[in-house]
Every structure is written in structure tokens, then in C-alpha cells.
Design a protein around this ligand. Structure first.
Ligand code: ZN
Length: 306
């Protein structure tokens, strides 16, 4: 059983092909898909799909495209409270397409990270040509985030959280657990803190950068790019990612893996990504399926199914 750890379902819903896409997943032994948000509309869609289909889990947040729109983080916090998404994202920095908005992108990324830290949710990170800023912000995030994991209720060293708002300053976080100890037994985000701070999705960086991100505790996710003929350098990165940090994804509807390259991508094709990696590493595909599905469940705190 495979899991697609990252797909955008909007296009399949818009053109009515979702029932076929879902049937394709089942036929390809893809048991679950993480539906990724990034805007108000995409967040709504991901959450709606997660409500309707047991195979779908939602991640919500504001992507770097939203940097100049000053999106509503009150609304995002309300969604997290009411709908219980499994992660925050996708969010991050893209200086390949948007160097001129670098400052706004960093500010937006930090706000997303602050929500993730407040709720103990993992963050789904996009980064392209922005390695240094991404690393710096994630390092600060992990400090704020792991403060919660370790149950440090009062933080005397407020400087350690960098520029991120510590969880106790977040009124919603206070509301769901800190201000009212009687509520602690309820299944809320303060209790359901995941064990991993997040994932660098659609990884295209170097092995050296991957090692630094692994050291921070992140998982690394490979998309169909890893199956492309020219991706020798990226395949080398596979060798430094330990089994318990490896994820696979489609990033559908983009970046279809070989042998579907050039076609519209869909969650069923995550099996091709996994098979391509298995081939390269000389390991059984079933083993890759098991490892990556288990990691995805751990990252997003998913129920074990199947
Ligand atoms: Zn994506």
C-alpha cells in the first residue's frame, strides 16, 4: 500500500475527474493522499475532500504566492481549530520565481510556521533557490516547536524562539489547552503533537543541504523529478536520507513521473515514484511502499489503515 504525501486535488474536482482519479488510486494500491492547500480556496477544497473521503487528509496554510495579498491568519487558525487538518502548508520560499518578493515571502512563511508551532502540527515546506533563508527560518521554528514537544510549559529563555510567537502567546493555543487545564483530556492539538516538525516537499536541493535539514528533524520528500533521466544528482541525495525520513509524493497535477512524464499527474502515479526509487536503490518496491507509508503516517499522525 502506497501513500501520496502531497497532491493538489483542485484540478480533478474542477473537471469532474476525481471519481476516476480515486478509482485509479485504489487500482494502483495507493491507500491515501494528503490534499495540499495554500490559499483560502485550496484550503477549503482540501478540507472538504478530507471530510468526504476516508482516503484524503488535509493540509492547510498560505503558500508564497499569497505573500502580497496579506492573507487572513485569523481565518486559518479558525480552520485549524474547527477542522483538524493534519498539517500546515504548503508554505515556504521560492526565489526562482519570486526573488523580488523575498521579504514578504519570509514574513508569510514565519506566520505559517507560527501557526504550526502553536498547534504542534507538522509543516509542509516548499523551497527553491532560497536555501539559506529556509534553513534559518526552519531552525527558529524547530526551537519553538520542540519547546512544545518536550512539554516546556514556561519558557524563560524567550529569545530561543527567534521571531516566532511562542505558543503561550497565541490566544487560540491558550484556549485549547493552556488556559483551561480541565480541557486537556479532550483530543485537541495540544495533545496530538506530532513527532516530526515537517517535510521538505518535492526536494531538489543538494545532499549537503539535505543533511542540514535532516539534522533539524525534517523528512525529505521526493517527487517524480527523481525518475527523470537528467536527475542523477538528485538520485544521489537518496543515499543520505535514512529510511525513517524518506517520503514520496506526486505533487499532482504537475511533474508526472516516468513513464507518465508529460501527462497530467495524479495520486495513483506515486507508485511510479516509489518504484523508480526502489529500482535505483536495488530494493523491493514493496519495502519502499511500507517505509514511505509508515513515515507519512508518522509525520501527519494518520490513523493506521489497511
Ligand atoms: Zn505542491
Amino acid at each position: 500500500m502506497w501513500i501520496d504525501s502531497h497532491a493538489h486535488l483542485d484540478a480533478f474536482v474542477a473537471d469532474g475527474s476525481w471519481p476516476e482519479v480515486l478509482a485509479g488510486m485504489r487500482a494502483a494500491q495507493v491507500g491515501s493522499v494528503i490534499a495540499i492547500g495554500g490559499s483560502v480556496a485550496a484550503n477549503e477544497l482540501a478540507l472538504t475532500m478530507a471530510r468526504e473521503y476516508a482516503e484524503v487528509h488535509a493540509v492547510v496554510g498560505y503558500d508564497r504566492d499569497e505573500a502580497e495579498r496579506e492573507p487572513d491568519f485569523g481565518l486559518l487558525r479558525d480552520l485549524v481549530n474547527a477542522e483538524r487538518p493534519v498539517g500546515i502548508g504548503e508554505t515556504g520560499l521560492d526565489y526562482y520565481y519570486g526573488q523580488e518578493t523575498a521579504r514578504q515571502q519570509c514574513a508569510l512563511f514565519e506566520q505559517n510556521l507560527s501557526v504550526a508551532a502553536a498547534y504542534g502540527l507538522p509543516v509542509v515546506v516548499h523551497t527553491r533557490d532560497a536555501e539559506d533563508d529556509t534553513y534559518r527560518l526552519l531552525r527558529d521554528f524547530v526551537r519553538a516547536w520542540s519547546g512544545r514537544t518536550n512539554g516546556q510549559e514556561s519558557r524563560t529563555d524567550s529569545g530561543s524562539a527567534g521571531r516566532l510567537a511562542p505558543p503561550e502567546e497565541n490566544p487560540v493555543a491558550a484556549q485549547i489547552g493552556r488556559a483551561n487545564p480541565a480541557k486537556r483530556d479532550e483530543p485537541n492539538r495540544a495533545v496530538l503533537h506530532t513527532a516530526v516538525p515537517g517535510v521538505i516537499h518535492c526536494y531538489t536541493g543538494t545532499a549537503e543541504q539535505a543533511l542540514k535539514l535532516l539534522e533539524l528533524g525534517f523528512m525529505i520528500s521526493f517527487s517524480g523529478i527523481v525518475t527523470f533521466k537528467k536527475s542523477d544528482a538528485l538520485r544521489e541525495v537518496l543515499k543520505v536520507v535514512p529510511d525513517d525520513r524518506l517520503l514520496i509524493e506526486t505533487d499532482a497535477p504537475y511533474l508526472a513521473p516516468v513513464p507518465k512524464r508529460g501527462k497530467r499527474n495524479e495520486p495513483a502515479y506515486v507508485a511510479y515514484v516509489g518504484e523508480g526509487i526502489a529500482d535505483y536503490l536495488g530494493r523491493p518496491a514493496a519495502e519502499l511502499a511500507q517505509i514511505t507509508a509508515q513515515n507519512t503516517r508518522k509525520l501527519f499522525n494518520l490513523p493506521v489503515r489497511g
